[in-house]
Design a protein around this ligand. Structure first.
Ligand SMILES: [Zn+2]
Length: 138
Protein backbone atom coordinates (compact mmCIF):
# COMPACT_ATOMS: atom_id res chain seq x y z
CA UNK A 1 0.00 0.00 0.00
CA UNK A 2 1.19 3.45 -0.88
CA UNK A 3 -0.07 6.92 -0.01
CA UNK A 4 -0.25 7.94 -3.68
CA UNK A 5 -1.38 6.46 -6.99
CA UNK A 6 1.64 7.81 -8.97
CA UNK A 7 -0.62 9.26 -11.66
CA UNK A 8 -2.61 12.42 -12.32
CA UNK A 9 -5.54 10.97 -14.29
CA UNK A 10 -8.33 8.70 -13.10
CA UNK A 11 -7.22 5.04 -12.75
CA UNK A 12 -10.76 3.81 -13.46
CA UNK A 13 -11.52 5.59 -16.72
CA UNK A 14 -8.40 7.65 -17.51
CA UNK A 15 -10.58 10.76 -17.23
CA UNK A 16 -9.32 14.19 -16.30
CA UNK A 17 -9.21 14.84 -12.56
CA UNK A 18 -10.28 18.40 -11.71
CA UNK A 19 -9.65 20.36 -8.52
CA UNK A 20 -12.67 21.37 -6.43
CA UNK A 21 -10.93 24.01 -4.32
CA UNK A 22 -7.82 26.16 -4.03
CA UNK A 23 -4.72 24.12 -3.09
CA UNK A 24 -3.98 24.08 0.66
CA UNK A 25 -1.80 22.21 3.16
CA UNK A 26 -2.90 18.63 3.91
CA UNK A 27 -5.06 18.40 7.03
CA UNK A 28 -4.65 16.11 10.01
CA UNK A 29 -8.10 14.56 9.48
CA UNK A 30 -7.11 13.65 5.91
CA UNK A 31 -3.63 12.27 6.50
CA UNK A 32 -4.43 10.56 9.80
CA UNK A 33 -1.42 8.70 11.24
CA UNK A 34 0.73 10.02 8.35
CA UNK A 35 0.07 13.67 9.16
CA UNK A 36 3.45 14.28 10.85
CA UNK A 37 5.20 12.93 7.74
CA UNK A 38 3.27 15.15 5.32
CA UNK A 39 2.51 18.32 7.28
CA UNK A 40 4.41 21.33 5.96
CA UNK A 41 5.52 19.42 2.82
CA UNK A 42 2.31 18.43 1.02
CA UNK A 43 -0.16 20.82 -0.63
CA UNK A 44 -3.40 19.18 -1.75
CA UNK A 45 -6.89 19.91 -3.03
CA UNK A 46 -10.09 17.89 -3.08
CA UNK A 47 -10.62 16.71 -6.65
CA UNK A 48 -12.78 14.35 -8.68
CA UNK A 49 -12.80 12.66 -12.07
CA UNK A 50 -14.98 14.76 -14.34
CA UNK A 51 -16.20 11.64 -16.15
CA UNK A 52 -16.85 8.89 -13.55
CA UNK A 53 -16.82 11.20 -10.46
CA UNK A 54 -14.39 9.07 -8.42
CA UNK A 55 -13.15 11.13 -5.44
CA UNK A 56 -9.50 12.09 -4.94
CA UNK A 57 -7.12 14.20 -2.95
CA UNK A 58 -4.89 15.78 -5.60
CA UNK A 59 -1.23 16.29 -4.74
CA UNK A 60 -0.44 19.80 -5.96
CA UNK A 61 2.97 20.28 -4.37
CA UNK A 62 5.18 17.89 -2.43
CA UNK A 63 8.50 18.99 -0.97
CA UNK A 64 11.17 16.49 -0.06
CA UNK A 65 13.23 16.47 3.12
CA UNK A 66 15.66 19.10 1.75
CA UNK A 67 12.75 21.41 0.89
CA UNK A 68 13.01 20.81 -2.84
CA UNK A 69 10.01 19.92 -4.93
CA UNK A 70 9.72 16.14 -5.15
CA UNK A 71 8.71 16.51 -8.81
CA UNK A 72 8.35 19.40 -11.22
CA UNK A 73 4.92 20.37 -12.47
CA UNK A 74 4.48 20.35 -16.23
CA UNK A 75 2.87 23.33 -18.00
CA UNK A 76 -0.92 23.20 -17.74
CA UNK A 77 -0.95 20.65 -14.92
CA UNK A 78 -2.97 21.41 -11.80
CA UNK A 79 -1.59 18.47 -9.82
CA UNK A 80 0.98 15.75 -10.17
CA UNK A 81 -0.33 12.84 -8.13
CA UNK A 82 -3.43 11.52 -6.39
CA UNK A 83 -4.60 9.70 -3.28
CA UNK A 84 -8.07 8.37 -2.77
CA UNK A 85 -9.81 11.01 -0.71
CA UNK A 86 -11.34 8.98 2.11
CA UNK A 87 -8.33 6.70 2.69
CA UNK A 88 -5.26 8.86 1.87
CA UNK A 89 -3.75 5.90 0.06
CA UNK A 90 -3.89 3.98 -3.23
CA UNK A 91 -6.89 1.86 -2.28
CA UNK A 92 -10.32 3.48 -2.40
CA UNK A 93 -12.94 3.63 0.30
CA UNK A 94 -16.58 3.22 -0.70
CA UNK A 95 -17.04 7.00 -0.90
CA UNK A 96 -14.23 7.28 -3.46
CA UNK A 97 -15.55 4.79 -6.00
CA UNK A 98 -16.78 5.91 -9.44
CA UNK A 99 -20.45 6.81 -9.79
CA UNK A 100 -20.64 6.05 -13.53
CA UNK A 101 -19.32 3.53 -16.03
CA UNK A 102 -17.36 5.42 -18.70
CA UNK A 103 -16.75 4.07 -22.18
CA UNK A 104 -13.98 5.57 -24.31
CA UNK A 105 -14.79 5.23 -27.99
CA UNK A 106 -12.11 5.72 -30.65
CA UNK A 107 -13.39 7.53 -33.76
CA UNK A 108 -11.27 7.96 -36.88
CA UNK A 109 -11.56 11.53 -38.14
CA UNK A 110 -8.78 11.76 -40.73
CA UNK A 111 -5.45 10.41 -41.98
CA UNK A 112 -2.19 10.58 -40.05
CA UNK A 113 -0.38 12.92 -39.55
CA UNK A 114 -2.96 15.39 -38.23
CA UNK A 115 -1.24 18.46 -39.71
CA UNK A 116 -2.26 17.40 -43.21
CA UNK A 117 -5.98 17.72 -42.71
CA UNK A 118 -8.52 20.01 -41.12
CA UNK A 119 -12.10 19.20 -40.22
CA UNK A 120 -14.85 21.59 -41.23
CA UNK A 121 -17.50 22.32 -38.61
CA UNK A 122 -19.89 19.94 -40.41
CA UNK A 123 -17.28 17.15 -40.51
CA UNK A 124 -16.51 17.65 -36.82
CA UNK A 125 -20.21 17.56 -35.95
CA UNK A 126 -20.65 14.35 -38.00
CA UNK A 127 -17.67 12.76 -36.21
CA UNK A 128 -19.11 13.70 -32.80
CA UNK A 129 -22.51 12.28 -33.75
CA UNK A 130 -20.84 9.06 -34.96
CA UNK A 131 -18.98 8.79 -31.65
CA UNK A 132 -22.21 9.31 -29.67
CA UNK A 133 -24.04 6.71 -31.75
CA UNK A 134 -21.18 4.24 -31.28
CA UNK A 135 -21.14 4.88 -27.54
CA UNK A 136 -24.88 4.47 -27.04
CA UNK A 137 -25.37 1.97 -24.26
CA UNK A 138 -28.33 -0.40 -24.40
ZN1 LIG B 1 -12.82 8.40 -13.86
Amino acid sequence: MSRNLARASCPYCDGRVVLEEEPRPVRHEEAGVYFMEYRDVLVVANAHCEDCEAQYLAWVEHRGSAGHLAWPMEPGQTHRDLSFRSTFNDEPGDADLPKHIVLRVPVRVGPWPPGKWNLTDDELKAAQEAAQAKARYR
